[in-house]
Design a protein around this ligand. Structure first.
Ligand code: PMP
Ligand code: GLN
Length: 384
């Protein structure tokens, strides 16, 4: 393994899902739903397979039906206009979009600012691109993990190439406000930075929180690569269909990297996701309502079990503080949790460069059946 990747080891998600399987624990670690997405969309995938649509290499940028549906989705929900032919690129999940964007846009030695805790692939992809990551830490404030805008401004140097943003934010559940996004937009313009914004949880927002795409702010469409994924919105994490929307120049740049990573993304699922993107608004409203009830069930259960709970404004993760339980080391806590309670969670410390900042935080996923969450809560309340 080369020096760029040596520090990363095995992803925490694989490690913790293997631990759950080995110990027969309830897996609230890795974020994947235990109920598949809509039947009619699965049928659409079967139809595409059977009718021979996408069984051979699809077009590099993605099948036209899907690119058109992505552009329509951005217009319908956000009033953003993207040309499906020049400003949309289909990727193998958001994961490839992140990798291709960084490989295409970062020069060796460039600095990339990311909000810490950050999704684990960010650090690895910045490293593979030869960049240097510069974390800006979100810290607990008024019940949420908040961005310190002064710290963000101070993190920009002459070497900063781009900001890698994520809202709604995994793992903290923070949804950046219009005021925060406006400040980020001003900074990006003032310092001539690009922004790659990972918005895969765009529809999973609660309690009146609003997801605002950075690209919708004045002056930002020109310098923003927006990333989405069918994994989260339609509960098909195994299909690996994601996308970017950006200007023709930025899209072409990301495509230059994508063509040598996967060349194209899996064909038949693209047709099915095109249909998913056209589901009426009631689909996302229903998903949100279901997840809101689950968020509350898990948050209240974790509180009753003695955790400090940061109820998230978005995503399907709850970040907890284990210090009220008399614990300080999230890693040790998560390794012992299967034995103590038959539950698996993720130590947030893996998402930090400043490990000590993340040490007391542990993430639980609530994209699981109600009875599974209830059983997990009962077990945690009985934790030895
Ligand atoms: N970004 C974030 C913030 C995520 O949580 C995930 C899913 N774990 C991804 C990207 C990757 O998405 P995909 O499964 O579409 O590759
Ligand atoms: N995005 C999901 C999570 O954060 C799963 C990611 C993965 O398995 N790579 O849990």
């Amino acid at each position: 393994l080369n020096r760029r990747l040596a520090e990363f080891g095995t992803t925490i998600f694989a490690e913790m899902s293997a631990l759950a399987a080995r110990t027969g624990s309830i897996n609230l670690g890795q974020g994947f739903p235990d109920t598949d997405g809509p039947e009619e969309i699965r049928e659409a995938a079967v139809r595409a397979l059977r009718d021979g649509r996408g069984n051979q290499y699809p077009p590099g940028p993605g099948v036209p039906e899907l690119r058109t549906a992505i552009a329509e989705h951005q217009r319908r929900f956000y009033g953003l206009e993207y040309d499906p032919d020049r400003e949309v690129l289909v990727t193998a999940g958001a994961t490839e979009a992140i990798a291709a964007a960084l490989l295409a846009l970062v020069e060796p030695g460039d600095e990339v600012i990311a909000l810490e805790p950050y999704y684990d692939s960010y650090a690895a992809c910045v490293a593979m691109a030869g960049g240097t990551r510069v974390p800006v830490t979100l810290r607990p404030h008024d019940g949420a993990f908040a961005l310190d805008l002064d710290e963000l401004r101070a993190a920009v140097t002459d070497r900063t190439r781009l900001i890698l943003l994520n809202t709604p934010h995994n793992p903290t559940g923070t949804v950046l406000t219009r005021a925060e996004l406006t400040a980020i937009a001003e900074l990006a313009q003032e310092r001539d930075l690009l922004v790659v914004t990972d918005e895969v949880y765009e529809h999973l927002v609660f309690d009146g929180a609003e997801h605002i795409p950075l690209a919708s702010l004045p002056g930002m469409r020109e310098r923003t690569v927006t990333i989405g994924s069918a994994g989260k919105t339609y509960s098909f994490t195994g299909w690996k269909v994601g996308w970017i929307t950006a200007t023709p120049e930025l899209t072409a740049a990301v495509r230059s990297a994508k063509q040598f990573l996967t060349y194209v993304s899996s064909g038949p699922f693209q047709y099915a996701v095109a249909e998913a993107l056209r589901l009426p608004d009631t689909y996302v409203e229903g998903l949100r309502a279901e997840l809101l009830a689950k968020r509350d069930l898990l948050s209240e259960g974790l509180t009753a079990a003695g955790f400090g709970v940061h109820r998230p404004a978005g995503t399907y993760f709850v970040t907890t503080d284990i210090r009220p339980l008399g614990e300080t080391d999230g890693f040790a806590f998560c390794r012992a949790l299967p034995e103590r309670a038959g539950v698996v969670a993720i130590p947030n410390a893996v998402f930090y460069d400043h490990r000590e900042e993340g040490a007391p935080f542990v993430r639980f996923a609530f994209c699981k059946k109600t009875e599974v969450l209830q059983e997990a809560v009962d077990r945690l309340k009985r934790m030895s």
